[in-house]
Design a protein around this ligand. Structure first.
Ligand code: TPP
Length: 319
């Protein structure tokens, strides 16, 4: 969580320096992403992520250098050879499926992955992440309906930060909670405090158990705070009240987690400082390494984009 926070902060700095084109932040979502993955088994389970899964990607084994190569669009970027939005594409080593910036497309795909596991007789679980805004897309409902009918081993994991860019939750849906939608598809929906690592771990563990036992999907709605604007291109002071912004830090999962661990004598001040300084150093090393790496050559501009036999490719190359 701490490494994710520092790396996330660094990416925003790199954006302000004109080096990183755009970034969506996971600040405020760290606890929920780490605790959810801890409750699963990355050696066999599947994860379909969306653009705010910065912490989840690190927790699944993506290296900070690899993430920075995405933001800085460097030659050796592993997910799309720097051809897509930062962090978009597939990451075979980490077993991450290709994902789209078009919201909610990952949900029907997750139902498909879970169906494949069920047909193979595997007990792997598929976790698919999405935001509260994505929960009102048609794809979400089709995926949940299909998963409910076929009792698929899938966990629909909603990170509810109450905003879809500038659209608040009450303008997004006519009901109180995303979790209550599950009733319409015949499986349980649970709400959990996404700043509480233990609560998220427990809720996900119960959903994993249900899925592995063949009892079907669960919808988890984790309430979190989006501590920064939607992306580096956004200014949330234009649509969030000053009071709302002032109170956000009370729901900072890093502070909450560290307080809980200290109260239970599981973390000392010294250990906490060590964790922070190790993470800061790691981010500095990764930044220096990637900053010095080359950008892709201009001759590679159309690689993986246009088929060589495509007449347009010829036209573009000669332009
Ligand atoms: C189908 C589609 N419609 C609109 C957009 C533009 N868009 C990008 S992010 C976003 C908000 C999504 O909000 P939410 O699902 O709550 O996730 P969050 O960013 O808050 O984590 C929208 C509307 C898009 N990418 N895809």
């Amino acid at each position: 969580m701490v490494l994710s926070r520092y790396l996330d902060e660094r990416v925003w700095l790199l954006n302000r320096q004109g080096k990183a084109a755009i970034a969506a932040s996971a600040q405020g979502h760290e606890a929920t992403q780490v605790a959810c993955i801890e409750a699963t088994d990355p050696s066999k389970d599947h994860y379909l992520i969306y653009y705010r899964q910065f912490t989840a990607m690190l927790a699944l084994g993506t290296e900070p250098e690899e993430m920075l190569r995405g933001f800085l669009a460097k030659e050796t970027e592993p997910m799309s050879a720097a051809k897509q939005f930062p962090l978009h594409g597939a990451h075979p080593r980490v077993d991450l499926f290709n994902f789209s910036n078009v919201i909610a497309t990952q949900l029907p795909q997750a139902a498909g992955v879970a169906l494949a596991d069920k047909l193979r007789g595997s007990d792997a679980v598929t976790v698919v992440y999405f935001g509260d805004g994505a929960s009102s897309q048609g794809d979400t409902h089709e995926a949940m309906n299909f998963a409910g009918v076929h009792k698929l081993p899938v966990i629909f994991f909603c990170e509810n930060n109450r905003y879809a860019i500038s659209v608040p939750l009450e303008k997004q849906m006519g009901i109180e909670s995303v979790a209550s939608r599950a009733t319409g598809y015949g499986f349980p929906g649970v709400q959990v405090d996404g700043t509480d690592v233990i609560a998220v771990h427990e809720a996900t563990s119960a959903a994993v158990e249900r899925a592995r036992a063949g009892d079907g999907p669960t919808l988890i709605e984790a309430s979190v705070e989006r501590l920064l604007p939607h992306t580096t291109d956004d200014d949330h002071t234009r649509y969030r009240s000053a009071e709302d912004i002032a109170h956000m830090s009370e729901r900072d999962p890093l502070r909450i987690t560290s307080d809980v661990l200290k109260r239970r004598d599981l973390l000392t001040e010294y250990e906490d400082d060590e964790i922070h300084s190790t993470a800061k150093k790691r981010v500095n090393v990764a930044t220096d390494t990637v900053d010095a790496e080359p950008y892709p050559g201009v001759e590679t501009m159309f690689d993986h984009i246009l088929n060589d036999s495509d007449r347009n490719a010829e036209v573009f190359r000669n332009a």
